[in-house]
Design a binder for this molecule. Structure first.
Ligand SMILES: Cc1cc2nc3c(=O)[nH]c(=O)nc-3n(C[C@H](O)[C@H](O)[C@H](O)COP(=O)(O)OP(=O)(O)OC[C@H]3O[C@@H](n4cnc5c(N)ncnc54)[C@H](O)[C@@H]3O)c2cc1C
Length: 366
């Protein structure tokens, strides 16, 4: 990361995407799809390897790098649900960085309410599917060579008629829209995707016929790990912000004394460090549960919502302690503040997380 990412990340923020070379280099060095089996080009490592990578990327503020989504969201769908043919074909390409992966659920009119997606993939007489619709806010969307697209194969059946399709760059009718200009994550190529009568071969229905119309169940099964990933990044980014701020307030002098000498500064940092430590212990516990295959959706939702809320609070308070410099883009704390905000929105908004938690408490709700 110090050699291949740090020197370039600021330039990538300016251009709005990371250079593709950083994907190839990660692949060459075994840093993609580390938890995939060796037979499919991975390292067969346990998820802690990916956790370390996520923490290091978050700590350094390298938010343009979409390895996590590629390796720990896209690849696991293939591993868990893909046919042998799909796994053998795509996983080695994802592991080498020859292909970049994305997952497209959200649409302009359907984010929280995923059951309301409009994209359709209607079976044709030759067994293929005709895909129509559009997706938005897709991470890695502009670089993506392989997109797992959520679409309705049986629109009349609602959520029970949803499937996952493997859509490749270059398929006629598939086009990538503009890279979206965002508040933060400026080096991340978040994009719109359009599907206009894209003919998807039967072989590209994820999991084949047995998984047809099971897309929603697959999405739900993968959510705990996806949500925990957001919490892991939140804690690492928060700790980095505290560390930068501690260094800064010791150096910066106001009224002839370091900012660190004011009780407000010290108490703010003490409170933050306490809360981040509490978050860390909870997240570590969730990781333990994950490795034990017992992390449930409600617990992962608690981690996602609470840690991302905490991250935004920590960033805001740290920016305050930096004074005007905390508002200058050249300072990592400023970028971290901007980057943090989306953590409460994507992966299911924090309001949706609370709905999920209440359901586990027998409180019903939507
Ligand atoms: C940078 C970025 C990257 C993203 N990457 C991806 C990606 O790779 N793939 C992908 O598919 N999507 C991605 N998303 C989309 C993201 O998951 C959605 O934006 C998110 O789920 C919210 O959906 P929405 O934007 O439609 O908001 P809406 O659903 O319109 O929500 C608007 C507001 O209403 C609230 N709300 C909605 N329902 C309820 C309810 N039942 N109770 C209380 N409040 C409610 C929400 O919490 C929110 O505050 C990304 C988004 C961003 C910004």
């Amino acid at each position: 990361m110090e050699k291949e990412i740090a020197p370039f990340h600021a330039d990538w923020e300016e251009q709005g995407y990371v250079d593709r070379a950083v994907w190839h280099k990660a692949g060459d060095n075994g840093f993609l799809c580390m938890t995939m089996p060796e037979a499919y080009g991975g390292a067969g490592a346990d998820k802690l390897f990916s956790v370390v990578q996520m923490e290091e990327l978050a700590r350094a503020g390298f938010t343009g790098i979409g390895y996590g989504l590629h390796s720990e969201i896209v690849a696991p769908y293939l591993l868990h649900y893909g046919t042998e043919e799909q796994k053998s074909k795509y996983l080695p390409l994802l592991a080498s960085g020859a292909m970049i992966g994305a997952i497209a659920m959200s649409e302009p009119a359907a984010g929280s309410d995923l059951q309301g997606i409009k994209a359709t993939a209607i079976a044709q007489s030759d067994g293929s599917y005709l895909l129509n619709g559009s997706k938005t806010f897709i991470t890695n969307g502009w670089h993506a060579d392989l997109v797992i697209v959520v679409a309705k194969t049986n629109p009349a059946a609602g959520a029970k008629g949803t499937s996952l399709l493997l859509v490749e760059r270059g398929m006629p009718g598939f086009s990538v829209g503009k890279r979206l200009k965002k508040l933060g994550l400026k080096a991340q190529d978040t994009s719109e995707l359009f599907f206009d009568n894209v003919r998807i071969p039967a072989a590209n229905l994820l999991g084949g016929p047995v998984q047809e119309n099971r897309g929603f169940i697959c999405l739900m099964e993968q959510l705990p790990w996806e949500r925990l990933q957001i919490a892991i990044g939140a804690v690492a980014a928060s700790q980095a912000a505290i560390d930068w701020t501690v260094d800064y307030v010791k150096e910066r002098k106001v009224f002839g004394q370091p900012v660190a000498s004011f009780q407000n500064t010290r108490f703010t940092l003490a409170e933050q460090q306490t809360e981040v430590q509490v978050a860390r212990v909870f997240v570590d516990k969730c990781i333990e549960l994950l490795l034990d295959n017992t992390l449930d959706t409600a617990t992962a939702s608690m981690a996602k919502y609470w840690c991302s809320d905490l991250q935004c609070k920590v960033m805001d308070e740290c920016v305050q302690l930096f004074g005007g410099y905390g508002y200058m883009w050249e300072y990592p704390i400023t970028r971290a503040y901007a980057d943090a905000r989306v953590q409460r929105i994507y992966g299911g908004t924090n309001e949706i997380m609370k709905e999920v938690i209440t359901r586990s408490m027998g409180l019903g709700g939507k």
